[in-house]
Design a protein around this ligand. Structure first.
Ligand code: BTN
Length: 267
């Protein structure tokens, strides 16, 4: 039997790389060979109640999901499929959190030497308009309010995925040589995500808003806003305090929340 051409995820290495203070906050950290969706594993955990932060990583997902009910193809090719859940009371979770997490993810990748990354509102990490990573924020409210943030980061993509996915995609393998150590990278992402969730729980988007223009892939771009009922063209012009997309249409400013609409570059 031949070995896979990537280093397997290893819970011990990830734990050893995490800052002890962060490690102390964890309710659980689990690495699986195969799951339906790392987000779902954590939602199952929430049913029993968690006290701290719960983390789930997997080598592959059989029912990985993306925003707007889309499928997130998740083969066992050395990518990172990672979810983090914690309790969080914040009204601006829906729009704002994926922006805060996106900025944290880009910063982590920049520290690993990956340049030229931008965030396409609300949740796509792009390199030259090709998607490197996606962020899925899900929240559930009950006796305790939980949020689960899932990240799918392409490290290495099988050829068939480039044709199966209906948008330009890219992997870290195409952007850096050598690839960052997978377990160390996963630990750094976890560390920055946990710190970002904590900051966001106290201050919402306020620390991230001034940074947004330098990350904004849509800045002053003509965009198509597409819904089930049709589409229109507008000019993207930043975000507001709630993390809603600000755009100009017919000389009027309007805002878009993180809804079921999809945004495409118009040119
Ligand atoms: C998107 O761009 O639409 C978001 C994609 C999010 C994919 C990740 S992979 C880990 C986690 N588990 C899932 O089922 N989805 C997220």
């Amino acid at each position: 039997m031949s070995l896979p051409p990537y280093v397997a995820l290893n819970e011990n290495i990830i734990r050893e790389t995490l800052n002890p203070e962060i490690l102390h906050q964890l309710d659980s950290l689990q690495v699986f060979t195969e799951v339906t969706s790392t987000n779902d594993i954590l939602w199952q955990k929430a049913q029993n109640g968690i006290t701290g932060t719960a983390i789930c990583l997997a080598e592959m997902q059989t029912a990985g999901r993306g925003r707007r009910g889309s499928q997130w193809m998740s083969p066992a090719s050395g990518n990172i499929y990672l979810s983090i859940m914690r309790s969080l009371n914040s009204e601006s979770v829906r729009n704002g959190l994926s922006i805060a997490i996106g900025i944290a993810l880009i910063n982590t990748l920049q520290e690993e030497g990956v340049e030229g990354l931008q965030l396409k509102w609300p949740n796509d990490v792009l390199h030259n308009r090709r998607k490197l990573a996606g962020i899925l924020v899900e929240s559930r409210y009950g006796s305790q309010n939980y949020v689960t943030v899932g990240i799918g980061l392409n490290l290495s993509l099988p050829d068939n995925l480039h044709t199966a996915i209906p948008q330009p995609i890219i992997s870290l393998e195409q952007l850096c040589d050598p690839l960052p150590c997978r377990n160390r990278l996963a630990a750094k992402i976890i560390q920055n995500m946990i710190e970002t969730l904590e900051l966001f729980s106290h201050r919402g988007l306020s620390d991230f808003l001034p940074l947004w223009p330098q990350y904004d892939a849509l800045h002053n771009q003509a965009i198509n806003i597409i819904s089930e009922n049709g589409q229109f063209t507008a000019l993207a012009c930043g975000i507001n305090e709630q993390g809603e997309l600000r755009y100009m249409r017919d000389q009027q400013v309007a805002y878009l929340s993180n809804s079921h609409l999809s945004i495409r570059f118009a040119s």
